[in-house]
Ligand binder design. Structure first.
Ligand SMILES: NC(=O)c1ccc[n+]([C@@H]2O[C@H](COP(=O)([O-])OP(=O)(O)OC[C@H]3O[C@@H](n4cnc5c(N)ncnc54)[C@H](OP(=O)(O)O)[C@@H]3O)[C@@H](O)[C@H]2O)c1
Length: 302
């Protein structure tokens, strides 16, 4: 047998053995009766997460601003198998809302096993216009409310060895890519997302630091940071239409990847899976990478 044939054969055997012995660490039954507080649950990825949790038999509190839409999501969740479900309308741009929402959830469910932080404020996909006030507002919705929700929920999560799940984005991730035994810091900033990126970078910094502290204090609460590429939600498609040449991945799959990551207590989830490889390429080939990335974005100077 030629050398290449031997290599292919050995690779096939190794792949076969891995497939045979690999055991999926995710057990959907673990979510039956799990108590979940889910933000941004009225649309997009959050709505899809609500349906998955319902199918798994979880007890759920949904929150977002629009009451009528939350009501509809709640009704569908009941038909899908949610054990218990409630909703509470709340606008996360108001600093008093996060604590109120956590109190409501703890009172209705008797405690929390999962806090899934997913909501975002309206995002402009455009060049920086100098609107500092908008950036301040978005920081409140996308970052400070996450910190406040976490602070209010930590005692109950700790009591129940629970999980914090934070939805972030590739457009704002500071990643450490490991190749062989070397680690390379990498980040992929993208155009048209100045304020949004800033809020997501802040989440990454806060929750990665908090994870260390919880481990150091032996407090058994896991933190899963979810790094997503472009997902086909209505708002994302509307924002990016005609502006980027990147295909979007399906929201129900993204939602399931987030839930699996939280349930298996992994530190990071990449969806779609090839984002991690993309980050490796980004780190390994620094020359011209900015130019290549910009070529996926449409912009004609005025
Ligand atoms: N879609 C993508 O391409 C993509 C890519 C990377 C990362 N992500 C991340 O995935 C998560 C979900 O994104 P998505 O595309 O599903 O978003 P989406 O469809 O726009 O949904 C946003 C959710 O947040 C709620 N919300 C908006 N403003 C709010 C406020 N002031 N207070 C409380 N809730 C508010 C919305 O409901 P109401 O209007 O009823 O309040 C809605 O339920 C976000 O964290 C986003 O950064 C998305």
């Amino acid at each position: 047998m030629k050398a290449i044939g031997r290599v292919l054969c050995a690779t096939g055997i190794v792949a076969g053995l891995i497939a045979f012995f690999w055991k999926d660490p995710f057990t959907p039954e673990s979510l039956s009766g799990a108590r979940v507080l889910l933000t941004g649950a009225s649309a997009g990825i959050g709505e899809q997460m609500a349906y998955h949790y319902a199918r798994f038999g979880a007890e759920i509190v949904l929150t977002a601003r629009r009451e009528a839409v939350l009501q509809k999501v709640m009704e569908k969740c009941l038909t899908l198998g949610a054990k218990k479900i409630f909703y509470i309308p709340a606008d996360m741009s108001s600093p008093s809302e996060p604590e109120k929402v956590v109190q409501f959830a703890v009172q209705k469910l008797g405690g929390l096993d999962y806090l899934v932080l997913n909501h975002i404020g309206m995002t402009h996909f455009q060049m920086w216009t100098g609107d500092v006030e908008y950036t301040r507002w978005l920081m409140q919705v996308n970052f400070f409310s996450y910190v406040a929700l976490t602070t209010a929920a930590l005692p109950t999560l700790e009591k129940n060895r629970g999980s914090l799940v934070v939805v972030s984005s590739l457009t704002a991730s500071f990643l450490v890519v490991s190749i062989l035994s070397f680690s390379f810091p990498g980040k992929i900033p993208t155009p048209f997302t100045t304020s949004y990126s800033a809020t997501k970078f802040a989440l990454d910094g806060f929750f990665s630091s908090l994870r260390h502290e919880l481990i150091m204090q032996k407090r058994n609460v896991s933190i899963t940071l979810c790094i997503l590429g472009l997902i086909d939600t209505d708002t994302a498609l509307q924002n990016t239409r005609g502006k980027v040449h990147i295909s979007a991945s399906p929201a129900p799959e993204a939602a399931l990847a987030i839930i699996r990551g939280g349930a298996t207590r992994v530190q990071e989830v990449f969806y779609p899976w090839w984002l991690q490889q993309l980050c490796c390429l980004w780190v390994l080939f620094p020359s011209n990478r900015g130019q290549v990335l910009r070529s996926y974005y449409n912009y004609s100077s005025p």
